[in-house]
Design a protein around this ligand. Structure first.
Ligand SMILES: O=P(O)(O)OC[C@H]1O[C@H](OP(=O)(O)OP(=O)(O)O)[C@H](O)[C@@H]1O
Ligand SMILES: O=c1cc[nH]c(=O)[nH]1
Ligand SMILES: [Mg+2]
Length: 210
């Protein structure tokens, strides 16, 4: 069976994650760290992009070399916190299109509430990478993936920074065809559905709305 969950424990990611978790890290540095970690996760999540042969003339000779072959990507951040990852991934793949899914988690029921959806019009020709720093109960990501699947993209991957075991179980059970990339799997969820130890509310820390 194809591997479904990829934990990216590269030293650069783990180092940046330590500062991201620190409650004394302010919004400016938090945003920068989210963006940098997203860039590094993107490097791994795009490892299977197909290449084709090409030739370029260097100052010295003709070089047989490779370029990414006609594969089109779309990034879809889950609002709001997923927006923090967009800059970083676009630095890696500047030609990608960007869709948006607006979901917030009801603090009482912990169920996601949809409020916005706008996807690239040619999404059927694209491989989609969904972005959200936090995978807690999994409700938001399961719903976001379900919404995106209705538009028939070529494939979907999900990229997060911190996942709870409960969220990984929910996504892999609801969407066994989706590959999931994350930087860390934490211990558990607390009674308010927050990841422990986690980093708190990612959206609030990115946008300074604590
Ligand atoms: O796995 P779940 O239990 O669904 O929780 C994860 C969701 O919660 C957070 O969003 P939040 O509802 O705080 O919205 P925000 O990004 O606007 O702050 C986070 O960014 C995820 O989207
Ligand atoms: O720990 C959590 C759980 C859900 N959403 C967050 O931003 N943080
Ligand atoms: Mg939030």
């Amino acid at each position: 069976m194809e591997k479904q969950v990829f934990i990216m424990d590269h030293p650069l990611i783990q180092h940046k994650l330590t500062y991201l978790r620190d409650k004394t890290t302010g919004s400016k540095d938090f945003r920068q760290l989210v963006s940098e970690i997203a860039m590094l996760l993107c490097y791994e999540a795009t490892r299977d992009l197909p290449l084709e042969e090409t030739t370029v003339e260097t100052p010295v000779a003709l070089a047989k070399t490779k370029i990414i072959s006609g594969r089109k990507l779309a990034f879809v951040p889950i609002l709001r916190a997923g927006l923090g990852m967009v800059d970083g991934v676009l630095q890696m793949v500047p030609a990608a299109k960007v869709g948006h899914i607006g979901l917030y988690r009801d603090p009482k029921t912990l169920k996601p509430v949809e409020y916005y959806s706008k996807l690239p019009c040619d999404i059927e020709q694209r491989d989609v990478i969904v972005l959200d720093p936090m995978l807690a109960t999994g409700g938001s990501s399961v719903d976001a993936i379900t919404i995106i699947k209705r538009s028939n993209p070529k494939s979907i991957k999900f990229m997060c920074i911190i996942a709870a075991p409960e969220g990984i179980k929910a996504v892999t059970e609801a969407h066994p065809d989706i590959q999931l990339y994350c930087a860390a799997v934490d211990d558990h969820l607390n009674e308010h559905g927050y990841i422990v130890p986690g980093l708190g509310d990612a959206g609030d820390r990115i946008f300074g709305t604590l």
